[in-house]
Design a binder for this molecule. Structure first.
Ligand code: 25A
Ligand code: L14
Length: 339
């Protein structure tokens, strides 16, 4: 019997996330029929190699989505707003990695290990959450199910690749200039030079003093966990790491924490890998998470004063679980469940 295949389009195929999407599709042997790559006119006509074939990049502006089964978008929010709906109208299931549709009540916001059931509600567009939110909710789910969540406080340490390829280039060029004592280039992706710095500023500021990135973590967490009143507060910080986001999370739970039990819950949670052996100086690290699929959890501690409060550290590759992998997992789930 020949396996059923699906036509897939990757929008933003030349970017940091798009290239990772192509890599994950190939690694996971997604049953691709026709593969199409789309980006801006800057990249149109270039050839990229992916999934054992050569694909010519199409200009998204003039690309026709008829016949596409899955369209994976990662070319920025405004691009998704302009082209996502027409791709869905042409019959594609749009899996969108940008912030464009995440809070739209008609659009499911999905992490397959956490709320796969939401996929069935889709009307043509499914949203991939923000990278920082994804790795946190994967770790929170078993705590929510077994203890109940009262309050979540998170501080993030986010890598430069969160801002795409241009963020990585800016960090590396800035670091090189700093080390050689040259004049540092004027930053354009980040508000200040990122090399040897910690910037408490990701995305734009809202009038209430929070950044958009922080508010995404609050709102998206509530939506994914179907807990609209959950107390969540975030401080999002950009650090001079190339890839993988780290997070220090504090959770107030519904009853006193049993750390051994919590460890066991995480051992059984799909998508989580425990790295928690302080005696042997083992804990999750951004550079070790690079290119890997799991959300790595460690530094697990019960609060010294509050028995119902737990602290932990979670690290994951923002371009993989935070973006490309999660999007491909959604498509895979739909293929496997025949949705
Ligand atoms: O709005 P958001 O949701 O906040 O997202 C903003 C950006 O964040 C990244 C992603 O950037 C996104 O564009 N991003 C989003 N979610 C992310 C996540 N979870 C995330 N990053 C990490 N984790 P990116 O760099 O990864 O990808 C950008 C891709 O989008 C294509 N694109 C941009 N504008 C487009 C468009 N496609 C269609 N129509 C448009 N209007 C972009 O394609 C890329 O694939 P490209 O053609 O611009 O090609 C990129 C190549 O061209 C070079 N280049 C880039 N800018 C310029 C340029 N060359 C000359 N001049 C330029 N101005 C690059 O070097 C690259 O090779
Ligand atoms: O909302 O710059 O998906 O680290 C993901 C990357 C927002 C910005 C999103 C970053 C983007 C974020």
């Amino acid at each position: 019997m020949t396996q059923k295949t699906f036509n897939v389009a990757v929008v933003g195929a030349t970017g940091a996330v798009g290239r990772e999407m192509l890599r994950v599709l190939e690694e996971r042997e997604f049953p691709i029929g026709e593969l199409r790559a789309m980006a801006s006119s800057r990249s149109a006509g270039k050839t990229i190699e992916a999934c054992g074939r050569e694909v010519v990049v199409e200009d998204l502006e003039s690309a026709d989505f008829s016949g596409v089964d899955y369209a994976l978008f990662s070319a920025g929010g405004s691009v998704s707003k302009a082209h996502g709906p027409r791709a869905a109208q042409a019959g594609a299931v749009v899996i969108d990695n940008t912030s464009a549709f995440r809070m739209d009540p008609d659009v499911p916001l999905v992490v397959p290990e956490v709320n796969p059931e939401a996929i069935e509600e889709h009307k043509g567009i499914i949203a991939n959450p923000n990278c920082s939110t994804i790795q946190m909710v994967v770790a929170l789910l078993p705590l929510a199910q077994n203890y109940g969540l009262k309050r979540v406080v998170v501080s993030t340490y986010q890598s430069a690749s969160g801002a795409g390829q241009s963020g990585v280039t800016e960090l590396l060029e800035g670091a090189r200039a700093y080390l050689s004592g040259e004049q540092e280039p004027t930053p354009s992706t980040f508000a200040h030079p990122l090399a040897f710095e910690a910037l408490p500023h990701i995305d734009t500021f809202d009038p209430n003093g929070y950044t958009r990135e922080e508010l995404k973590m609050v709102r998206e967490t509530r939506k994914i966990l179907s807990d609209p009143d959950l107390q969540v507060s975030a401080t999002c910080v950009r650090v001079p790491v190339v890839r993988s986001h780290s997070e220090a999370v504090t959770v107030d739970l519904g009853r006193a924490v049993d750390v051994d039990e919590v460890r066991k819950l995480w051992q059984e949670m799909p998508g989580v890998e425990l790295v928690d052996d302080p005696e042997h100086v083992e804990y999750p690290l951004a550079r070790r998470a690079e290119g890997a699929d799991p959300c790595f959890v460690g530094r697990i501690r019960r609060d010294l004063d509050r028995p119902e409060t737990l602290h932990f550290w979670v690290v994951s590759d923002n371009l993989r679980k935070g973006a490309a992998l999660n999007a491909v997992q959604i498509a895979q789930f739909m293929v496997e469940e025949d949705l």
